[in-house]
Write a protein that binds this ligand. Sequence first.
Ligand code: NAI
Length: 698
Amino acid sequence: MAVDYTIRDGVAVVTLDNPPVNSLGFETRRGLADALDQATRDAAVVAIVLTGAGGLFSGGADITEFGTREAMREPTLWSLIDLLERSAKPVVVALDGLTMGGGLELSLGAHYRVASRGTRVGLPEVKLGLLPGAGGTQRLPRAAGLETALNMIVTGATMTAGELAESGLFARVVDADPLTAAIAFAREAAERGASQGQSHPLVRDRPIEHDNAAGFLQFARNQVAATAKHLPAPGKCIDAIEYGVLHGVDAGLAHEREGFFALMQTPESGALRHAFFAERAANKIADVPPETPVREIRRVAVIGAGTMGGGIAMSFVNAGLPVTLVETSGEALERGLATIARNYDASVKKGKLTEAARDQRMALIAPTLTYDAIAEADLVIEAVFEELGVKEQVFSRIDAIAKPGAILASNTSTLDLNRIAAFTSRPADVVGLHFFSPANVMKLLEVVRGEKTAKDVLATVMRMARKIGKTAVVSGVCDGFIGNRMIEQYFRQSLFMLEEGALPAQIDRAIERFGFAMGPFRMSDLAGNDISWAIRKRRYSEAPQLHYPRVADRLCEAGRFGQKTGAGWYDYRPGERAALSSPFVEAMIVDYSKSLGSARRAIGDEEIVERLVYALVNEGAKILAEGIAAKASDIDVVYLDGYGFPAWRGGPMYYADTVGLYHVERAIARYAEQVNGDAWEPAPLIAQLARSGARLTG
Ligand code: NAI
């Protein structure tokens, strides 16, 4: 049963019970309508309380129904809200835990809301490229005030009932059990109504009070224009709110509904919804069922306190897990700890962290120079130098000391995990945990599955990833795993285009206009050009036949490693991060083209974007065909969470589907033929799917 009906103290208690988040799919809606009808008919019932099972009211609409006929099947959310508003008996919603989207909109149809102080409420629809379509844009401004409501709707951010206690949204904010309080409140309301002949107030009947609504709305529009220029939804949210301000609640509701259906059809919303599902799907591994037992992780050891080790340690202590941090020298350990402390101090300065919380986190780190301390750890993560010989030494030591059943992980970004696993006597316990830099900030975690990695090890690290706030994607073993293997082809194309006629700023600008957070040259300057140089040198010796653009080597030979040396593809003023076009680099590029004997040509932005993005798509299709990624949506998650691919384009694979694989295949063939053939080995999977009219992302 999705909805439970009981009577307590003459009050009908209607409980949404649809785990995990009491979403409002068709069955739940029908159950709710039936329960409301029953409460209306039942003469012994004087008032109605709505509540949710499992410690929360409702996470909102069932988004798997979006775009299907189920979503529109009566009773719809609109009809349910109408039922609530027409109820002659007072309706009180008891809010606890979490109340999001359609759940909050439903509650706004009731006469009263009683919430526990910590309840988080929000209208996150904008994050899916939508607006709250069940009255949120009309009722929330009337309940919580124009400014608070608009901010919540346009950002999709959640707030606690405690923060909103004075806003008018709640009849009561309580520290005790909200259901008990709501039942008592409902009885009082019923008695008041009966004795004083009072009708019960509706949110829709409240005015929107603001002394300069027009000015505020204009201010909000300016903000949105500056911060969300690619996204139609935030502006449409403001339109709907403004319409209600100017023309009243009924006209506003009609306008909101139209806006909702219009946004549902936008490519941006389609992409954002894909991204949402892709992230949830990434956590599921086909041959590792959800009931797979997991190992308990109470203590973590991190080997190496360098750039990555420090950030990894922070990720765990931020989630309250104690970390043993192992280094080889006191000096390296001090340096690592100082960097961590500096990071936390910066958060304290920005007001994001209290001093007490910083001290608590620092206290969770146990620094040590001896490996013995890792005997206690349930998970050991190695983040030492990227050399197989060093990894061998480290893993044999870990193997000798770690307790049986401990998970042994490597943060290697390029080495063969199967070889690393073979350095131990327990390869089934070995897994790759490829964090991204800075590890305490970046959401993405590539979980590298070795040939022998045990299923319960995978299940454990996937769950652990969620606990420390990371999105984990499983990758098979190959050079660069999913993300870096693809980005290499993208960088290669960007370098070819330099040789052919483009300049760094033009390429960066074109791909940033497409929506990438940062173009390839600004990104390289940030990461350090010496890192890709080292990889290229390896490529030259491994595959001398491979045509690799050498222009970047010239840059490195000139010592221009990027921001850290004050000069890279761009010039940098001391202490500043702004990338300034460099006449030296531009002359070097033109000179290099000359040395190749090729005439430079003008390259348009469209070609730049196609060659960069299709380089990702082409390699991604190979990764998929080889089974390195289990599904195309996993590749999208890697790019959305780790590489700054614009969320509103859904990731490279989804984007290729929206362009149409037929067109993608032809464009790749055209570039292979006309421009730089040996840089493109078209992925057979694209041709195959294009021919059968199928999609990469299904
Ligand atoms: P790093 O050079 O900043 O840090 C390595 C640390 O390991 C040094 O502090 C060193 O003293 C310590 N170390 C070396 N041998 C040790 C041993 N036997 N026992 C204990 N500590 C030892 O290097 P970084 O950048 O942190 O890289 C570490 C690993 O993470 C490498 O495998 C790298 O490929 C990988 N990685 C690096 C990324 C990056 O952006 N820097 C991104 C993802 C992975």
